[in-house]
Design a protein around this ligand. Sequence first.
Ligand SMILES: Cc1cc2nc3c(=O)[nH]c(=O)nc-3n(C[C@H](O)[C@H](O)[C@H](O)COP(=O)(O)OP(=O)(O)OC[C@H]3O[C@@H](n4cnc5c(N)ncnc54)[C@H](O)[C@@H]3O)c2cc1C
Length: 348
Amino acid sequence: MVVQGNVLLAPLTTLKVGGPARYFVEAKTISEVQEAVEFARANNLPLFVLGVGSNLVVSDAGWPGLVLKIAVSGIEQREQNGKTFFDVGAGEEWDRFVARAVSANFAGVECLSGIPGSVGGTPVQNVGAYGQEVAETIHSVLALDLQDNQLHEMPAADCEFRYRTSIFNTTEKGRYLIVRVTYALTCGGKPRLGYADLKKHFVGWKETPAFSDVREAVRKIRASKGMLIVPGDDDCRSAGSFFKNPILSSDQYDHLTKAAAEKNLQVPSYPALEAQRKVSAAWLVEHSGFSKGYTSGRVGISRKHALAIVNRDQARAADVLAFKEEIQNRIEEIWGVKLEPEPVFIGF
Ligand SMILES: Cc1cc2nc3c(=O)[nH]c(=O)nc-3n(C[C@H](O)[C@H](O)[C@H](O)COP(=O)(O)OP(=O)(O)OC[C@H]3O[C@@H](n4cnc5c(N)ncnc54)[C@H](O)[C@@H]3O)c2cc1C
């Protein structure tokens, strides 16, 4: 295990803001992960677990303790009781795993193509897109429990997956270090094409698209929205969607629809959203004066996606934070809805 001092975190995130980690370790094996945890414990250092940094806002002051980047690799495929399981190291790039599954004709992750991040990051916020989420295919998670210092194989049911949440970012935040995720995938079958953008893409196709066609379509759609990391495209210097779609109480929902009607507007609604009174955060942002391409100093809204706050040029975390608050306050003032951010804030 190599311990480095004062490692700048901004380059290790997709938003490219944030100061240094006092100590930094990249752990390539489970025993290195355990060794790094011991180092943090022995030196009384606060510990932060880093994947690929695609869902992070790091403060300008950085992190005062140890940042542990989980880089455990490996993809192993096995058959058991007629099912196919993939044991994937938490440090593997998520999209590399998706590419492999899709090319071998496995269903279940095709709509999650092109999402940046590590495999270990996927259970944390139950990564999802285009009508699919990892909760549907995660069989179990192998994690080091900081409470008893033991490795636990946790079945998916124990992870309590919901929309963009699990125990790892709510009730047990900071307790588990995920070192491996096991996905159970089905070979063959039909790809998931329920999402409007995908339906539109495949209009006129006579045959059912292959998983690889869906993967290609999703990556293309994501690129058009700045939701794929494309080197040189400054609209993807972001942490992805910055706000979650809010789930409203019936009073809040009535207030919102009335306020919209007074402005001759209609809140967009899709059956999946309507059932939970979930409202499009992108619509709220765009109808509060923050259109795509809006710029506020060194930060702004992506030209391709209303929900992505982008680092236009040399922004600091303080710029991102101030802009986030400006958006939240304006939306609350106009629509009575408080948007909750999706990325994780560290060092604030
Ligand atoms: C352009 C862009 C598009 C995106 N699109 C989507 C999308 O469509 N859907 C979606 O759900 N998300 C999306 N995201 C968000 C992001 O890709 C996911 O949240 C991803 O899973 C984060 O993984 P990571 O490895 O980068 O985690 P990090 O950003 O490094 O960390 C995020 C959180 O997970 C924790 N964590 C990471 N790895 C581990 C581990 N091994 N053990 C324990 N905790 C860990 C960290 O401590 C932190 O709390 C997007 C982001 C970007 C930049």
